[in-house]
Design a protein around this ligand. Structure first.
Ligand code: FMN
Length: 212
């Protein structure tokens, strides 16, 4: 059945005008992120990460933003996962944030690098014991025989290492996406949305508006 009227919503929450925006897109992102936090936007630090395989097949998944620095956006994962394999083949990746409560979207493109082992250790050490064990056993994105096999392995390791300090397994750690392009999108009435792009050209950010 065709659903012609599935979303008739008008976007009326705000506007995005160059005069009110920072020259540096990281500052603009910080501002929007803070506003999303203060508006209790759902899953505020969830971002969709797009990577591409050698065969040019794109793949997407949600990961959690764990740190924003002036350099970029960090997340943590399994270094043998599908995303990690694709990043090793092609470090170019995209991130997408959608904060529906604010009618805002941010798209970010750039190159992904591994965090240093020390940076990964620091975050790993903050994780709760169960999450550490999960990282230890998970082998993300590989085939498993059954849920039971996973649960049994978890329980075995959970009990076995109970009184030990769990060290970060080498197959688990962080990445940072260093941005080269941003697009800030604010929904507007009649779909005449505001879209402001920042491109990094010769180490300088160039800003311009694009059509809705
Ligand atoms: C809300 C949410 C948060 C997630 N956060 C992470 C994360 O921070 N790191 C991660 O590796 N996977 C996270 N996942 C799981 C990923 O979406 C994905 O299933 C997993 O990383 C395997 O992806 P891959 O096979 O493409 O490598 C999250 C999923 C959801 C829905």
């Amino acid at each position: 059945m065709r659903q012609n009227h599935i979303n008739n919503k008008q976007y009326l929450r705000g506007e995005l005008l160059e005069d009110n925006m920072y020259k540096d897109p990281m500052d603009q992102f910080f501002l929007w992120f803070k506003e999303a936090v203060s508006e209790n936007a759902k899953d505020v630090n969830s971002m969709i990460l797009a990577t591409t395989s050698q065969e040019l097949t794109p793949s997407l998944r949600v990961v959690l933003l764990k740190n924003i620095s002036t350099l970029g956006f960090s997340f943590f994962t399994d270094y043998n996962s599908r995303k990690a394999l694709e990043i090793s083949e092609n470090p170019k990746a995209s991130l997408l944030f959608f904060w529906s409560e604010l009618e805002r979207q941010v798209r970010i493109e750039g190159k992904v690098k591994k965090l240093t082992p020390e940076e990964s250790d620091e975050y790993f050490n903050e994780r709760d014991y169960g999450s550490k064990i999960a990282a230890l056993i998970s082998q993300q994105s590989t085939r498993w025989l059954s849920r039971n096999e996973l649960d049994d392995k978890f329980k075995l390791y959970f009990d076995k290492h109970k009184d030990e300090k769990i060290k970060r397994p080498v197959h688990w750690g962080g990445y940072i996406l260093i941005p080269e392009k941003f697009e800030f999108w604010q929904g507007r009435e009649h779909r005449l949305n505001d879209r402001i792009v920042y491109d990094l050209v010769d180490q300088k950010w160039q800003r311009y508006r694009i059509a809705p």
